[in-house]
Structures are given as C-alpha cells and as structure tokens.
Design a protein around this ligand. Structure first.
Ligand code: NAP
Ligand code: ZN
Ligand code: ZN
Length: 357
C-alpha cells in the first residue's frame, strides 16, 4: 500500500528560493494507472528556480518543484501497461501525464511526442485531469500516472540518472533530432546542467568531430575539455570571437537561461544550413537579431522541449553503453534551500542532486 500523506519542500510565494518549507501535503488521489515512487534522488534544474520565483508568470503556490526524480517503485496500479513492477528502480522527468491519444484528437501523442501532449500534466505547477495538483521531487514520495515513469538501466547509478531525465534529454535530444554524428560540428552554449550533457552527449555518445563550448568566461574551460570539448570560446574575454569562429558549426544547442545573451554572435557561428536550437527558457524576450544572420546561409533558429518517454529510454541506453557520466554534486535533501541558492549563484558543477537519507 502507498502513503496517504507525503512530505516535501513547499514554495509558498515568489520569494521561495532559499525559503521553501518542509511540509506535509496530499498527493493526487490514487488511480490504477499510477505509480508511486519512494524518492531517493532529485536533481535541481534551473526550471525549478524560474518556477519558485514566478519568473515565467504567476506560479500556483504552494509548489513542490523538482522534475529529475529517481527512486523505488513502491506501488504500481493494476492498469499500468508498461511492465514496471514494485521494487524497480525508476524515474520521472519534467512531464508526468499524457493522454496517449485516447480521445483521438492529440496530434502530439499520435506522433509519439507525449512530452508536448495537448492534455499533458507537468511534474509540478500543473494539475492532473481530476483537478488535483501535481507535486514534484523535492519530497519523500512521488505519485502519478505511468506515462513518463521509466526504468533506469542497471549501469547508471541513481544519482547520475536523475539529472539525465530533464537536463540530459533536453540538451541531447536536439542533437539526435538533427542527426548529429561523427561528421557533425556541434556548439553548446552555456556550460551548466543542461550544457554539460550537451558536451558529453555530442563527444562521448555521438562521437561528433567538433564540440565547441561557448561560455561567458574561461573559468570552466578545463572542465569542458575533460568532458570532451574540442574547443572553447569565452565570449566576455575575446571581443572578436564571433568573427573568428564565423560559419564553423552545423548545430548549436543553447542552454542560456537569461535573455542577456549575444544572440546575433551565436547565429554568426552557424555554417551553411546550420541550425540554432535554443532550449534555455529565459524569463524575458530574446534579443532582436538581423535576419541576414540566417538568410544567406539558409540557417534556422528553433526551440525544443525535453523528449518523449521513448527518446528518454533511448538516451539512457546509449549513455549507459557509451559511458556518459553525469558530473553531479550530491546534497542531502535537508539542504534544498541552500542548494537552490547555490545554483542561482552559478556555483553548480554541474548538477546538484538532492538525496534522501
Ligand atoms: P544552469 O545550470 O544554471 O546553466 C545555465 C547556463 O547558462 C549557465 O551555466 C551559464 O553558462 C549560461 N548563462 C549565460 N548567460 C547567463 C546569465 N546571464 N545568467 C545565468 N546563466 C547564464 O541551468 P540549466 O539547469 O542548465 O537550465 C538552463 C535553462 O534551460 C533554464 O532556463 C531552464 O529553465 C531551461 N530548461 C529548458 C528545458 C526545455 O525543455 N526546453 C528543460 C530544462 C531546462 P556559462 O557560465 O558557461 O556562460
Ligand atoms: Zn528541467
Ligand atoms: Zn496527448
């Protein structure tokens, strides 16, 4: 049997970064297509910060953030069709619920893109179809629909797996979408939680021939090279960086979380037919750019969100096979307030993971 009440770090208002309160809360009413997870690990994504501070619009407080959840399945409904069993090591990422096109009118689910389902439930700051609130991973338990609950491959330890479920798939999936491989020249902008997975994924999993990290300063250069980067650009330290490296990259994945960025310079780095994918989610509008940064090269700019359960499974299997290891820093669950402040202050190298005792 599962639990009636869970406990977690509640954000109560827009000052919640550093001020979350450990409180009891009621999970969604149990349904037979649910899985309940005893959480062992919960990664800290910058999306948690945007939500805690109502940066993307007013958050529906109280909120328990955290959407890089790994733990043990302790209760599995009889209608769960995916073969997850009690005792399995499982995880869930940024989305939790999808309709699987049961109503017949969801193009995303019909297309295998459950992560952008018309009726989706996000892991936090969202509601289940029965109206109850969805609560995330800074907690002792998680309960939700089976849709995004995935088994963790044996070769990946839980603390390394948790950050892959949002940060990993978000940075890695654009590379897969654009068929990155040994002939591809990749740029990763911003070496944070997402960005470090972009570098590891491009270099170790996809064996891309060129992996350039584009960061503000050179402080992370040695780490980037250890992760497999072949080149490093520090945009605040070299005023000619965009001219020097113009036209050299086929795919750029940008994880920059603030609107304060030299976007036109990033676009200048694109080669002919290159694509710039911005996955970072700034709270303000993106900078304007001149269309001629794209027109003569037939280049494009696009966005991308996480990945489907199948994308996540394929990534985990490939990461396991190619030895992609998360650079995580584990923190006790009780330090959640300090950890979110540290991430906000740019101290993470490269993903904090909250661990339950
Ligand atoms: P993070 O660990 O804080 O990394 C963000 C990186 O952006 C920083 O390490 C920094 O890299 C760079 N940056 C450049 N300008 C910055 C500025 N003015 N302020 C702060 N950082 C700046 O965050 P994350 O967890 O990787 O998340 C990155 C963004 O992706 C967030 O906006 C998050 O909400 C979003 N996100 C989107 C999706 C999606 O589905 N699209 C999924 C998850 C997260 P350097 O120090 O190297 O310059
Ligand atoms: Zn996330
Ligand atoms: Zn759907």
């Amino acid at each position: 049997m599962g639990q009636d009440k869970f406990q977690g770090w509640m954000g109560l208002d827009k000052n919640a970064i550093g001020n979350m309160k450990w409180q009891e809360f009621e999970p969604k009413p149990w349904a037979e297509d649910d899985v309940e997870i005893k959480i062992t690990h919960s990664g800290i994504c910058a999306s948690d910060l945007h939500t805690l501070r109502s940066g993307w619009g007013e958050t529906d407080y109280p909120v328990v953030v955290g959407h890089e959840i790994v733990g043990e399945a302790v209760r599995v409904g009889k209608d769960v069709p995916t073969g997850i069993k009690v005792g399995d090591r499982v995880g869930v990422g940024a989305q939790s619920g999808a309709c699987h096109n049961q109503k017949g009118d969801c193009e995303a689910c019909a297309d295998g893109m459950e992560h952008v389902c018309k009726y989706s439930t996000d892991t936090f700051n969202s509601n289940w179809p029965d109206g109850s609130k969805a609560y995330g991973g800074y907690a002792n338990f998680w309960r939700g629909k089976y849709s995004f609950v995935t088994k963790i491959p044996e070769a990946i330890p839980s603390d390394e797996a948790a950050p892959m479920l949002c940060g990993g798939i978000t940075a890695f999936h654009p590379l897969v979408q654009h068929n990155a491989g040994p002939e591809t020249r990749v740029g990763i902008v911003g070496l944070g939680g997402l960005g470090h997975f972009g570098v590891l994924g491009a270099s170790k999993a996809l064996k891309c021939k060129k992996v350039v990290v584009i960061s503000r300063s050179s402080t992370k250069k040695a780490d980037a090279m250890k992760m497999g980067a072949t080149d490093f650009i520090a945009t605040d330290e070299d005023k000619d960086w965009a001219d020097k490296h113009a036209g050299t990259l086929d795919i750029i994945v940008s994880t920059v979380s603030s609107h304060k960025m030299p976007l036109e310079g990033y676009l200048q780095l694109l080669a002919r037919k290159g694509v710039y994918v911005h996955v970072g989610a700034p709270e303000d509008k993106m900078p304007a750019f001149n269309m001629f940064s794209l027109i003569p090269k037939r280049a494009s700019i696009q966005g991308s969100q996480t990945g489907s359960p199948r994308d996540i499974k394929e990534m985990l299997d490939l990461f396991a096979k190619t030895g992609v290891h998360t650079w995580n820093q584990n923190r006790p669950m009780k330090e959640a307030n300090e950890a979110v402040k540290d991430l906000e202050n740019g101290k993470a190298r490269y993903r904090y993971v909250l661990c339950n005792e």
